[in-house]
Design a protein around this ligand. Structure first.
Ligand code: UFG
Length: 351
C-alpha cells in the first residue's frame, strides 16, 4: 500500500459516485447514505432485478437528484457511454460495484450465465474505469468467499473458497480486482464481505424486493407476516447451536450502507492497493430468534414448521468485526428488533 496524491475534487465541489446495480437493495440504500453525506450519485442499472421507481424514491427520501442510467455492464459501448456522458462535468471520483446475479441456487443450475454475467460485467467496468482514469472501486463481495471449514468468527485473512458458482464469482472477482490493484499502483480497491444484510430504510420507501418465492430467510418471513405465504420453513433444528437452528450475522442494510461510505473515504485518502473488510455485526442470531423478533415487530406470532436441513448450509456463520472497526471506524449500530421493524414497515408498504 502506498500514499498517492489525492485526485478528489477541491473543497466545496461534491464528488460524483457511480453505483452499478444502484437501484437494487443494497445499492439504493447506499445511494441514500451518500446523498445525505453530500456526495452526488449516478445509478447505473439494467433493472433486471430492480424497479424503475427506485431512483424517484431515493429522491423523495433525500430531496436530492438521483440520476439513473439504464445500461447493462455486458454492453461495453453503453457502459463506456455512461462514463463519457459525465466526463465533461468532472466524471466520477469512485465506483461502487453492486451489479451482479446473486441467487445461490440459480447459480448451480446456470453456472455459465453466472460466470458470464458477473465476471464479464466486472471486466467491462474495470476497462471503462481505466479508460476514464477512475481508479477507486468498492466491490460488493460476500462472506460466502470464506471456505466452509473456517472456524467462526470469520476473519479477513482466512482461506477463501466457495461451494457454488455464485460464491466462486465473488472469489474470482476479488482476485481480478486484487491483481488489477497490484498491476497499477494508482488503484484503490475495497472488497466488502457482507454477512446477511436485512432491514430497509426507515421511511418504508425502499427495501428488498426479491422476485418470486424468496430463498433468503428475511424476505420469506416478511411474506408470512403479510399473509402471502402460510408458514416459515425452518431448515433444520438439529444444528450444533443454542436452539438447534442456523445462526447468521444479520446486519441492517443502513449500517451496511455506512460501511460503503467509510470504505470509499478510506480508499480516497490516498490509500492504494486492495483491502478486504467484513461488514457484519459480530453477533449471531438463530432462525428461531429471527421468527420471534419478527413476531414482536408485526404484533403476531408467526407460524412455522421444521423441515430437513437445506443442502450446503452451515450451522453458524458470523463475522470478526475487529478489522473494519479498527481501520474504518465501522461499527453496526442497529439491532435485530430494529432490523425486523424496518423490514416489516417496508413489507406492509408493498402490500
Ligand atoms: N433459512 C430457513 N428457512 C428459509 C430460509 C433460510 O430456515 O426459508 C435459514 C437457513 O438455513 C440459514 C438462515 O436461515 O440458517 C439464513 O439463510 P439465508 O438463505 O437467508 O442466508 P444464507 O446465510 O444462507 O446466505 C446469505 C446470502 C448469500 C451469501 C451468504 C454469505 O443469501 O448470498 O449469506 O454467507 F452468500
Amino acid at each position: 500500500m502506498e500514499k498517492i496524491t489525492d485526485n478528489s475534487y477541491s473543497a466545496g465541489t461534491p464528488q460524483r459516485i457511480l453505483l452499478t446495480g444502484g437501484a437494487g437493495f443494497i445499492g439504493s440504500h447506499t445511494a441514500v447514505t451518500l446523498l445525505e453525506r453530500g456526495y452526488d450519485v449516478v445509478l447505473l442499472d439494467n433493472f433486471s432485478n430492480s424497479s424503475r421507481d427506485v431512483p424517484g424514491r431515493i429522491e423523495r427520501i433525500t430531496g436530492k437528484p438521483c440520476p439513473c442510467e439504464e445500461a447493462d455492464l455486458l454492453d461495453v459501448v453503453a457502459t463506456s457511454a455512461v462514463f463519457e456522458k459525465y466526463a465533461e462535468a468532472g466524471g466520477f471520483s469512485a465506483v461502487i460495484h453492486f451489479a451482479g446475479f446473486k441467487a445461490v441456487g440459480e447459480s448451480v443450475e446456470k453456472p455459465v450465465e453466472y460466470y458470464g454475467n458477473n465476471l464479464t460485467g466486472t471486466i467491462h467496468l474495470i476497462e471503462a474505469m481505466r479508460t476514464h482514469d477512475v481508479k477507486r472501486l468498492i466491490f460488493s463481495s460476500s462472506a460466502t468467499v470464506y471456505r466452509q471449514d473456517n472456524p467462526v468468527p470469520y476473519s479477513e485473512d482466512f482461506p477463501l473458497g466457495a461451494t457454488n458458482p455464485y460464491g466462486w464469482t465473488k472469489v474470482m472477482i476479488e482476485r481480478i480486482l486484487t491483481d488489477t490493484a497490484a498491476a497499477d499502483p494508482e488503484w484503490s480497491v475495497a472488497l466488502l464481505r457482507y454477512f446477511n444484510p436485512i432491514g430497509a430504510h426507515e421511511s418504508g420507501l425502499i427495501g428488498e424486493s426479491p422476485q418470486g418465492i424468496p430463498n433468503n430467510l428475511l424476505p420469506y418471513v416478511a411474506k408470512v407476516a403479510v399473509g402471502e405465504l402460510p408458514e416459515v420453513r425452518i431448515f433444520g433444528d438439529d444444528y450444533d447451536t443454542p436452539d438447534g437452528t442456523g445462526v447468521r450475522d444479520y446486519i441492517h442494510v443502513m449500517d451496511l450502507a455506512e460501511g460503503h461510505l467509510l470504505a470509499m473515504e478510506y480508499c480516497g485518502e490516498g490509500m492504494t492497493g486492495a483491502f478486504a473488510w467484513n461488514l457484519g455485526t459480530g453477533v449471531g442470531t438463530s432462525v428461531m430468534e429471527i421468527i420471534a423478533a419478527y413476531g414482536r415487530a408485526c404484533g403476531k406470532e408467526l407460524p412455522y414448521s421444521v423441515q430437513p436441513r437445506r443442502a450446503g448450509d452451515l450451522a453458524s456463520v458470523y463475522a470478526s468485526t475487529e478489522l473494519a472497526e479498527r481501520e474504518l471506524g465501522f461499527k453496526a449500530k442497529r439491532g435485530i428488533d430494529e432490523m425486523c421493524r424496518d423490514s416489516w414497515r417496508w413489507a406492509q408498504a408493498k402490500v
